[in-house]
Design a protein around this ligand. Structure first.
Ligand code: GDP
Length: 369
């Protein structure tokens, strides 16, 4: 090999080394550089973040339970002023004779107070007014108010029982005829419990109607609570069991179980609700069985309530739809019949339209105040 050839080989080798080195550096720099903005791409439609956002982000802060009764009292007053009017008529009469008292009595009965409580109330009112020789309407109103409050029984324990051992949730079952407002009440109650700092889970144990589980799921999304569901026609007890199991696994402290309210046969109902309760109690205590009653159904609702009370040990009553054409006197009747306190009242379809029952505010609402 002559010296020229050797020179050519050396120069070629140097050139290859230089070109290769430059290529490596360029590639490395490309890797290190941030990606160039893709300005040339047409703008893409953005996904609907409201749909994709986690449930919690869409849930507003619930109204505190204490202010509810005061706000909702006005709705009660609006729907029950027949009683207030009757009282005004009674007190404005020049002479309160038997016919006036009869009219007053009829109004009380049509307010669903029931015959026996009405008779007691009128007898007591007549006696007090006669003894005191009352002619002052405001004093008569006071007397009526205090009689009604006594009948509603302010001494009853209306707190929701949620005591549970460490590591397992308290379980609240909602029972009642379909259409009374069970599912809606689960949602509303959840809002109140969340406001009190509880962590919840729903169990959709009404597996007979697919729509029922869907409705509960919708309420769950609305209030930020997960819903455990089963297939349509699944065993309600197994869904309830799975819900409580999930509650234990997730460390929730309350599980609300929505049940089916088919009044097919008493025995069938008893078997079904009894089984749901027994199965849940293998895992956690059922601390409350709330019977939901539609206040607008009057005596019929009361008859249905009796059937439920016979098949399952009811610990509290939720009276719904007291905002409509309801007759508030049913509170007194239902408590007397079942010997169980009304714990909540529903006064509308809104998420915060449920209030813990309070005797004084309730009577004030009844009297249209
Ligand atoms: P369920 O079959 O017992 O679960 O009853 P739902 O919860 O589906 O309620 C039946 C209907 O009653 C729904 O249209 C609810 O919006 C309505 N509802 C429930 N509670 C109340 C209430 O307190 N006031 C009024 N006005 N409607 C209510």
């Amino acid at each position: 090999m002559d010296s020229n050839t050797l020179l050519i080989i050396v120069v070629a080798a140097l050139l290859i080394a230089v070109v290769g080195g430059v290529a490596v550096v360029v590639r490395r720099r490309q890797r290190e550089l941030p990606a160039a903005p893709r300005r040339e791409l047409p703008e893409q439609p953005q996904p609907d973040l409201r749909v994709a956002a986690p449930v919690e982000e869409r849930v507003e802060v619930p109204e505190a339970p204490d202010s509810r009764m005061v706000r909702l009292r006005r709705r009660l007053a609006g729907s029950n002023n027949a009683l207030a009017r009757a009282l005004a008529d009674l007190l404005s009469s020049d002479r309160i004779d038997d016919a006036t008292w009869d009219d007053f009595e009829t109004t009380l009965i049509t307010s669903d107070l029931g015959v026996a409580p009405t008779t007691e109330l009128v007898t007591s009112l007549r006696r007090t007014l006669a003894v005191e020789g009352v002619s002052d309407p405001s004093r008569a109103r006071e007397v009526l108010r205090s009689e009604l409050v006594t009948m509603v029984d302010p001494g009853m324990d209306r707190t929701l029982k949620l005591d549970h051992p460490e590591g397992v949730p308290a379980v609240v079952m909602l029972v009642g005829v379909n259409g009374t407002g069970k599912t809606t009440t689960v949602g509303k109650l959840a809002r109140m419990l969340i406001a009190d700092g509880h962590t919840l889970l729903f169990g959709a144990a009404d597996t007979f109607r697919a729509a029922a589980a869907e409705q509960l799921g919708t309420w769950g999304e609305r209030v930020g609570v997960q819903t455990i569901r089963g297939d349509e026609g699944a065993d309600p007890a197994s869904v309830a069991y799975r819900a409580v199991e999930a509650g234990i696994a997730q460390g929730n402290d309350v599980v609300l179980i929505d049940t089916a309210g088919r009044l097919h046969t008493k025995v069938g109902l008893m078997d079904e609700l009894g089984k749901v309760k027994r199965v849940i109690e293998k895992l956690a205590p059922v601390t409350e069985v709330l019977l939901v009653i539609d206040a607008t159904t009057g005596q019929n609702g009361l008859a249905q309530a009796r059937v439920f009370a016979e098949v399952v040990e009811v610990t509290g009553i939720v009276l719904t739809k007291l905002d409509g054409s309801a007759k508030g006197g049913i509170v007194i009747q239902v408590q007397r019949e079942l010997g169980v306190p009304v714990k909540y009242i529903g006064l509308g379809e809104g998420v915060d339209d449920l209030a813990p029952f309070d005797a004084d505010n309730f009577v004030a609402g009844l009297l249209g105040e």
